[in-house]
Design a protein around this ligand. Sequence first.
Ligand code: ATP
Length: 299
Amino acid sequence: MSVTVVGSVNEDVLVAVDRLPGRGETVVGRSVTRAPGGKGANQAAAAGLLGPGVHMVGRVGEDAAGDRQLAALAGSRVNVSRVHRTPGLPTGTATIPVEEGSGENLIVVAPGANEALSPADVDVEPVHRADVLLLQLEVPLETVQAAATAAGGTVVLTPAPPRALPDGLLSRVDVLVPNEHELVQLAGAAPGDRTPAELAALARGLGVRAVVVTLGARGALVVPSGDGPALLQEALAVDAVDTTGAGDCFTGALAQGLAGGADLAGAVRYAVAAAALSTTGPGARGALPGDDDVRAVLD
Ligand code: ATP
């Protein structure tokens, strides 16, 4: 049972502000909090806390932020032997002013060492041998493509942040996990509210084997390959405090479910429960559940 994540490792620098700055404006922050981040590392941490056998493949700088990110991943039971230190580049950083009261934010990402993750970095055993390989789009696309090609197991892609995908990538993906906005962008459709049946039709048009559309507090829509019916898995009702990173927890849990032998619907049931629990505390990694926590709410 093994899960490998190829993707970004960032440090999030959250600055509390009374109000967000406008263009050219300076506002004074109240406090600064550093938190582990990056879609790839968030997915790996979620998977690591849910079960054994999780590897991260990525790059950080030779700086203190890199030390902190490696320690955070290891503390979430993620094997970091393939997270390389990169001379001359800083660890990826997301600077995020957060408006107190509304919780609204702005995000500026400086990818730093993530941009140096190369196709050679992913031609490694944890990619070849993983039961499930998780990919996102915060590292160079040629590296994502190379990892999908080198994978020996099930390939799961989160198409975020939205980017035009290289030819042939989707044909190597077994399960695509977009949120509603990412699905609409990938399908080249107009923004707007859609019913589950309309979303399923868009998902089928992509030609991927299976698509799982995350729908926030509404749950997740499973669109299997072929003509099988789409299935809406309703969200678990919780008192959500902060939904940041719920999608990353969802995907990490989906991977552990699939690696453990569940079928897609069963893995989505597990992921919906894990992601709901992750919203009950602050930040992307503040409330990641363990396997026992998830099983307790599923039983
Ligand atoms: P993010 O970018 O913040 O990680 P996302 O847009 O990728 O989020 P969402 O669709 O918002 O992902 O959430 C992922 C999953 O988390 C949902 O499919 C759902 O199962 C769960 N979830 C999100 N918000 C809630 C909520 N308020 N209550 C219960 N479950 C939730």
